[in-house]
Design a protein around this ligand. Structure first.
Ligand SMILES: *Cc1c(COP(=O)(O)O)cnc(C)c1O
Length: 413
């Protein structure tokens, strides 16, 4: 699509907003301005209805059921798997494992893939990872003597690819990297990373918690071994997320948790596991939430994703242009083509104080370390404020946020 054509694509934000009942409420007597979708997105009517519909009309435990409700619930549950597979461009629905979120999906890989690692094997992570893509690898360091190597980010907030290249060795077994930073908005060059990792026989896990929300993704194109998503950031329910595993990874790895649902046969002297992906889904899953996630995927897929990216980009640009008028403002993460997240600070004001004051004007932004201590250490800050932009945000939201920031600042500085 050419630039002119793209700018002509009208993204109908009014129609989108109408589908989010929560946006009608007020906060502290002011219309809600929700700029915290990177922490968790609000839910459209279609998702709320899908979840309520399961509970009202077709709720039962899934799999092995011999009655109508169980069959209906199972069918809807498995349909969500198909929707996720299509959304991610997976070759088969059997490559999708439902988890309770990105965190559990990464812990699954750390446990099951981690079991194949030995002392001295190396895992590369970047300085801009979320704690959920760090701590599980620290477990392997503590428990198995695996070595963690840190790919640095530049002052602009880009992944330093030259430094990354130098970290890749014959001992590298895994690269665990975010698709899009939840702090900087930076988008990692996944295809180049995959090429380098695969050249030494290392696998690549991509944390798609933000990436899959803000851009169309295609596993065939990315070529990674593992990709994780978390439903509540995809406008779906919390409690449901997914792991995608390429090729026959799921067949080759040992199961994560043991229990019902993940077995074909249990005897006194052993276990035969269920086929994939069920081998990785021990116990009763979150049923309505997984079905709700399917509805969220349908909803998101129904939008023009390119127009949506452009919409979010315009909001971020407007916000960052507004910030430029503030004395002492600095933005963390200044790469071209970053996703719609702005992390920033104002000299002389603590991010927490600013966020709390902005809330008085109905504006929800996040402040703190954003589950990214190593990144905060890299930039020498205790925390930042973060405004994240979503499908339902408007230019009026951006202007209200800047206005609230101006007022908050006047109390503090
Ligand atoms: C939110 C987030 C996670 C963790 O997701 P959970 O839903 O808490 O499991 C991991 N990585 C990134 C980049 C995130 O934004």
């Amino acid at each position: 699509m050419t630039a002119e054509l793209r700018s002509m694509t009208e993204f109908d934000v009014t129609a989108v907003r109408r589908q989010f009942p929560i946006l009608e409420r007020e906060v502290n007597g002011k219309p809600l301005v929700y700029l915290d979708s990177a922490a968790s997105a609000q839910k459209p009517e279609a998702v709320i209805e899908a979840v309520a519909d399961v509970w009202r009309h077709s709720y039962a435990n899934v799999h092995r059921g011999l009655h109508t409700l169980a069959n209906e619930a199972t069918e809807a549950f498995e349909a969500s798997r198909g929707k996720l597979a299509k959304f991610l461009g997976a070759a088969s629905a059997d490559q999708i494992v439902f988890t309770k979120g990105a965190t559990e999906a990464i812990n699954l890989v750390a446990d099951s893939f981690g079991a194949t690692l030995q002392e001295g094997d190396e895992i590369i992570v970047s300085q801009m990872e979320h704690h959920s893509n760090i701590v599980p690898w620290h477990f392997l360091r503590e428990r198995k003597g695996v070595v963690l190597k840190w790919a640095p980010v530049t002052d602009e907030g880009a992944l330093d690819m030259e430094a990354f290249d130098a970290l890749v060795t014959e001992r590298t077994k895994l690269v665990a990297i975010t698709h899009m930073s939840n702090v900087l908005g930076t988008i990692s060059p996944i295809e180049a990373i995959v090429e380098k990792a695969h050249a030494v026989g290392a696998a690549v896990l991509v944390d798609g918690s933000q990436g899959a929300v803000h851009m169309p993704v295609d596993m065939a194109e990315l070529g990674c071994d593992f990709y994780v998503v978390t439903g509540h950031k995809l406008y779906g329910p919390n409690g449901a997320g997914a792991l995608y595993a390429a090729g026959d990874w799921l067949d080759r790895l040992r199961p994560y948790q043991g229990g019902g649902e993940m077995i074909a046969e249990v005897r006194e002297d052993g276990v035969v596991y269920a086929d994939v992906p069920h081998k990785f889904e021990a116990g009763t899953p979150v049923i309505a939430e997984v079905i709700g996630l399917g509805a969220a995927i349908d909803w998101l897929s129904g939008l023009d994703r390119i127009a949506l990216m452009e919409h979010e980009r315009q909001l971020m640009d407007r916000f960052e242009a507004g910030l430029a008028d503030f004395e002492g403002a600095h933005i963390l993460g200044r790469t071209q083509d970053k996703g719609a997240i702005t992390s920033f600070g104002l000299a002389g004001a603590h991010p927490h104080d600013l966020a709390q004051l902005m809330d008085k004007y109905g504006v929800a932004v996040r402040a703190g370390h954003h589950c990214a201590h190593p990144l905060m250490q890299r930039f020498g800050v205790v925390g930042t404020l973060r405004a994240s932009f979503a499908a339902y945000n408007t230019q009026a939201d951006v202007d209200a946020a800047l206005d609230a920031l101006r007022k908050a600042k006047s109390f503090l500085i």
